[in-house]
Write a protein that binds this ligand. Structure first.
Ligand SMILES: Cc1ncc(COP(=O)(O)O)c(C=O)c1O
Length: 334
């Protein structure tokens, strides 16, 4: 740390190269082109730029209720409510319902550059994809010469109990976007990873995309350490084990307080607690907060509380959290 600072984005950088190698090694074969950014939105913007640039097509298909960030193309791919104040929104963006293969088949056509999907859409309510959904979407993309971009900003870096969320669903994306937990919450860094088949894209003019602070060297060190820790089998086993523990215990609490209509879903430590209605969930968020537990609701389904514990917590800490949850559920029930 005495030797490094932000780095200079014009110059070759050892930490960027080392992190890029680690990211590529964590990906399916051939997904090895890494471009850094500062935020998730920036990384999504680049993925969409690349998809259009590579395919020379215009349409971008996303999911109704998804969230990819508040920057240019990421915003255009998301909810109407966040973009209507900033018209004109760039054209070429369409949305379909998550988990509907039929709607995806209709939406993707010869002018589709890419489909962008969060592996598990969080804002939509931590909805997990149906078993073959993502794989089928990839096939639909392939048939139409479109690219599949998976947004792993929330699901990446071990959150689901696999290092990449898409590893749970037997699908190989053409591009992956990552951010958030990438540096363990201590430094802003994000990345867009794409297939080596498109590696020549930036050769002609590397200035087609620039991010002065993207992949700052200190951020690279933080991300490398995060990767070292969270790619360990024991770490991922811990996430999966705690996910099962929470799911089982929360399920029992649902049975104990049936009037709240609690149902639990998700993968690993990416969980959603669905209640019978929004009012119940919102009151509970306040009760949780008063009891020392901070949670948020899913923006596009407020009856679902996002339950995203820190990946490094111990079973004892998990049980302390469950006690706080039970205290709150008990107060709300009856
Ligand atoms: C799935 C997903 N994609 C992209 C983003 C945007 O990331 P950032 O806020 O770092 O721009 C977020 C942020 O919440 C997200 O959850």
């Amino acid at each position: 740390m005495d030797m490094y600072d932000m780095g200079n984005h014009h110059l070759i950088s050892k930490p960027k190269a080392l992190l890029g190698r680690m990211i590529a090694a964590s990906m399916p074969q051939g997904l090895n082109q890494v471009v850094y950014g500062v935020s998730g939105g920036e990384a999504v913007d680049l993925a969409i730029k690349l998809a259009r640039g590579i395919t020379q097509k215009e349409d971008i298909i996303s999911v109704i209720g998804c969230y990819h960030g508040h920057t240019g193309f990421a915003l255009a791919a998301g909810d109407a409510k966040f973009k209507e104040k900033f018209k004109p929104v760039p054209p070429g963006f369409k949305q379909v319902r998550f988990n509907s293969v039929e709607e995806m088949e209709k939406a993707v056509g010869p002018n589709t550059a890419a489909v962008i999907i969060e592996t598990i859409p969080a804002t939509l309510g931590i909805v997990t994809p149906d078993r073959a959904y993502l794989k089928t979407v990839k096939e639909i993309c392939e048939k139409n010469g479109a690219l599949l971009i998976l947004d792993e900003v929330q699901t990446g870096f071990g959150r689901t109990g696999k290092f990449w969320g898409f590893e749970n669903y037997d699908v190989r994306p053409d591009m992956v976007v990552m951010g958030k937990g990438m540096s363990g919450g201590i430094y802003p860094i994000s990345a867009t990873v794409y297939d080596e088949a498109y590696k020549n894209f930036f050769m002609e003019d590397p200035f087609l995309h620039i991010s002065t602070y993207g992949g700052s060297e200190i951020g690279c060190f933080a991300a490398m350490r995060v990767m070292e820790i969270s790619r360990e089998k024991s770490f991922l086993d811990h996430v999966r084990g705690l996910g099962e523990h929470f799911t089982r215990r929360l399920g029992q609490l649902g049975d104990k307080y049936p009037d709240l209509g609690l149902k639990v879903r998700g993968k690993g430590l990416m969980m959603g607690m669905e209640f019978k209605d929004e009012t119940t969930a919102l009151f509970l968020i306040k009760l949780f907060f008063d009891n020392g537990l901070y949670v948020v609701y899913s923006g596009n389904d407020p009856k679902v509380i996002q339950f995203l514990p820190v990946l490094t917590i111990s079973t004892t800490e998990a049980d302390e959290i469950l006690t706080l949850v039970e205290t709150s559920l008990k107060a709300m029930s009856g």
